[in-house]
Design a protein around this ligand. Structure first.
Ligand code: ZN
Length: 337
């Protein structure tokens, strides 16, 4: 499959990077070109550089809060079936802004610059066909994409019911590597809170509850082993939560040549915390997805940014993560299966 010609960029430098399979560099090249030709994007990335941030240190890890007004649409998006069915899909090629261009990857995805960024370089990788967000069938693509882009970026997947803003159109995100705090903290979290459930030379699976989040961390040098591990996670997690569809999770993945893939899976109880649905002044507009769970919590409203403190943040993250008792049962069931 090809991307429509009006969505391609005719740039010899970028093309030569693609021809050399240097997709991380090609993506950066696209980013620079789009900054020059797309005013909205330039404005939003410039604003991000000055975004206010505050950080809280917990036992072994950090969470930051980013005041990011540009994310208001995404944070408050209606993601119920009716609302989705009644809006034009913003990831289908025909509906993309005219300035937005992309790079074809693996003959079935288009890599696009995200015009409403959280990360310093932030991309969306959308499947060319309009089909529902679900990872199982595309997990091998997700791993391959994370390898292809690993020089500079980490890969992100948000489940359809816990953070994907287009649950009807399969997509991933890619963004600046090691910007999300958990990417730097994960080994410390593993040491302090980890229960290693299986471990051999090529693959290990660790369950951890850091007091706020319930996480499964898979490290693997073998693609087939990590695919099998995730299938097992989805199966057991789905069983214990009684999910008829994909159980709620956010994925954050990176790759390097020595240690292979690092896959962080956040297990979720719900998409939005109770405070999201309150009226002002109690309301807090936070709508956690993978990046938030990884430690960059987005508040599009300044009043929420000011209000949030260490305790409130802890309460929210804990609330949207699966219940610790269910997590313990999951560990036991996983051991037995
Ligand atoms: Zn679509």
């Amino acid at each position: 499959m090809k991307i429509p010609v009006e969505k391609t960029v005719n740039d010899p430098v970028m093309q030569s990077l693609i021809d050399q399979n240097r997709y991380a560099d090609a993506a950066e090249c696209l980013f620079e070109l789009q900054l020059k030709s797309w005013k909205l994007m330039k404005t939003n990335y410039d604003a991000l550089k000055d975004a206010q941030i505050k950080s809280f240190w917990y036992d072994g890890f950090k969470l930051s809060v980013q005041f990011n007004p540009g994310r208001i649409k995404s944070t408050t998006a209606f993601v119920d079936k009716n609302a989705i069915a009644n809006r034009p899909c913003f990831l289908c090629n025909k509906n993309l802004p005219k300035e937005q261009k992309g790079i074809l990857i693996k003959d079935k995805y288009i890599l696009l610059c995200n015009p409403y960024p959280i990360l310093p370089l932030h991309f969306t990788i959308a499947k060319l066909d309009h089909e529902p967000q679900a990872i199982s069938e595309y997990f091998s693509d997700f791993l391959e994409l994370s390898k292809m882009l690993s020089d500079k970026y980490s890969l992100i997947y948000n489940g359809p019911a816990c953070g994907a803003s287009a649950p009807d159109h399969l997509h991933f995100q890619a963004g600046t590597r090691n910007f999300i705090p958990i990417e730097n903290d994960i080994h410390q979290i593993k040491n302090e809170y980890g229960k290693v459930i299986c471990e051999d030379e090529a693959n290990s699976i660790t369950f951890m509850n850091d007091g706020l989040r319930r996480i499964i961390f898979i490290e693997s040098t073998d693609q087939l082993l990590i695919e099998n591990s995730l299938s097992k996670v989805v199966e057991v997690y789905g069983k214990i939560t009684g999910s008829k569809t994909e159980p709620m999770m956010n994925l954050l993945c990176s790759f390097n040549n020595e240690s292979g893939w690092s896959l962080i899976i956040f297990l979720r109880s719900k998409h939005r915390p109770e405070l999201f649905f309150k009226n002002d002044p109690d309301k807090i507009l936070i709508s956690p997805a993978a990046i938030d769970m990884g430690g960059v919590i987005i508040t599009p409203r300044e009043e929420d940014f000011k209000k949030i403190d260490e305790k409130l943040l802890q309460k929210i993250v804990d609330e949207v993560s699966i219940n610790p008792n269910i997590f313990e049962s999951l560990i036991n069931l996983f051991k037995q299966s």
